[in-house]
Each structure stands twice: as structure tokens, then as C-alpha cells.
Design a protein around this ligand. Structure first.
Ligand code: NI
Ligand code: MN
Length: 225
């Protein structure tokens, strides 16, 4: 499994020859100017919630790739009504896709489209594929529901928001990594806006001091699990 950071909360996940894109917000992110969305491949686009900083480039990329949009029922219906191919899910539900099992899990946040319309309840994803298991938390507060994840899935990587203000910050993300029983963390949802700027070295040190590994990727950088 290969994971590429496209800035903010945007991720590419390659499982075998299947390309998954998560929460594409790239074209308006100045820090991601090196990423050309017309070059992105996607068989599936996973959306954690409907906020603009997670869905901005969905329609452009789905049109050019014919990707299937996977999200909660309300977001899936929104795109289905616009003619896109979708797979609706809801919290606690899992589906066995061609690349592996995806479960839509609880996130503590809000979810509305940019025009204010209802975007269902926000979530995160647990993805099990190619004998690797990852948790993409989405935008969320630290929540006790995270403790449910390791009861079913032994994680190889937890992708957690660390920017604070709109989501967990670093200190809560450290507790979240305890809750999901995974010491290997990829931080995301930081630096993009003024409210979520963080000190990288301090964040890494705080994780290190708890015996954990916080990875912060450059935009466009990948890791292999
Ligand atoms: Ni959000
Ligand atoms: Mn967000």
C-alpha cells in the first residue's frame, strides 16, 4: 500500500493497481501548486465529509477519471443526483471493494456543503487492503469511539488531523493514537490556513517523547507500508 500526501487532508492511496483519492482539495491550496489535478488517477474517491476543504476538486477529478465516489449517504446522493457514480455508506458499515474492505467510522465534527446544505454526518475510514490496515480519521475531535477501531482491526498506520482549532491538535492526536493502538501516525490537516499552522519539530518531538512516530510528508511525497 502506497500513500501519497497531496496537501491539507488530500491523500492518494494505491492498493495493488487500484488508485484511491481521499478528500481532494488541491487546486485552491497554494502550498499544493506543484500538484496538477489533471494528472491524478482515481478509481475511487473517498470523502469524509462535505466541507469545501475536502470536496473542492471532486467533480473535476471524477469527471476526468470516472471514479466512484464513496461517502456517507447524503454526500453520495448529492453526487449521484449530479450524474456521478457513487457508493453510499453510513457509520459502522463496511463494504468489500475490489481492493479491500472499507469501513465508514465515527468522526466528531460537522458536515455541510459550501452552500450550507446538509452533508450528512462526518466520518472517517478504516481501509484494509493488501494485508495492511489504515485509519483515516477525517476531521474529528478526539473521541472515545476511536477505542472501537482496534477491537476489530490492528492498524499499521493512523492518519490523524493535528492542526487544532477545527479538529484535534497534536496533544489530543497523541491520545487518539493510544485509543486506536497505533504508534505510527501520519499527520494531516495542518498549516493550510492561519488557524491551523503548527510547529513541525515540536509536534514530532511530542510524539517521540511518548514513544510514537509522527510523519509529516511534503506535498507530493509518498510512503510505502
Ligand atoms: Ni471539516
Ligand atoms: Mn477540514
Amino acid at each position: 500500500m502506497k500513500i501519497t500526501f497531496y496537501g491539507h487532508a488530500s491523500l492518494g492511496i494505491e492498493v495493488g493497481d487500484v488508485q484511491i483519492l481521499v478528500d481532494p482539495f488541491i487546486s485552491a491550496n497554494e502550498a499544493a501548486a506543484n500538484i496538477d489535478i489533471s494528472s491524478l488517477k482515481a478509481d475511487y474517491i473517498l470523502l469524509t465529509h462535505a466541507h469545501q476543504d475536502h470536496i473542492l476538486d471532486v467533480e473535476t477529478i471524477a469527471k476526468q477519471t470516472d471514479a466512484v465516489i464513496v461517502s456517507n449517504f447524503e454526500i453520495a446522493s448529492h453526487y449521484e443526483n449530479k450524474g456521478f457514480e457513487v457508493h453510499p455508506m453510513n457509520h459502522g458499515g463496511a463494504w468489500d471493494f475490489e481492493f479491500g474492505v472499507v469501513k465508514y467510522v465515527i468522526a466528531h465534527h460537522t458536515s455541510s456543503f459550501p452552500d450550507g446544505s446538509y452533508g450528512g454526518q462526518p466520518g472517517g475510514f478504516v481501509i484494509e487492503g493488501e494485508h495492511k490496515n489504515i485509519y483515516i480519521a477525517g476531521d474529528t475531535a478526539l473521541t472515545m469511539d476511536m477505542k472501537l477501531i482496534p477491537m476489530r482491526t490492528q492498524l499499521d498506520l493512523a492518519i490523524l488531523p493535528i492542526g487544532d482549532n477545527f479538529t484535534m491538535g497534536v496533544d489530543d492526536a497523541i491520545i487518539a493514537s493510544d485509543f486506536v493502538q497505533c504508534d505510527k501516525v501520519l499527520g494531516y490537516h495542518f498549516d493550510t490556513f492561519g488557524y491551523i499552522k503548527i510547529d513541525h519539530e515540536e509536534a514530532k518531538r511530542k510524539f517521540f517523547d511518548k514513544g510514537k512516530d509522527l510523519m509529516l510528508l511534503d506535498i507530493g511525497e509518498s510512503i510505502e507500508l
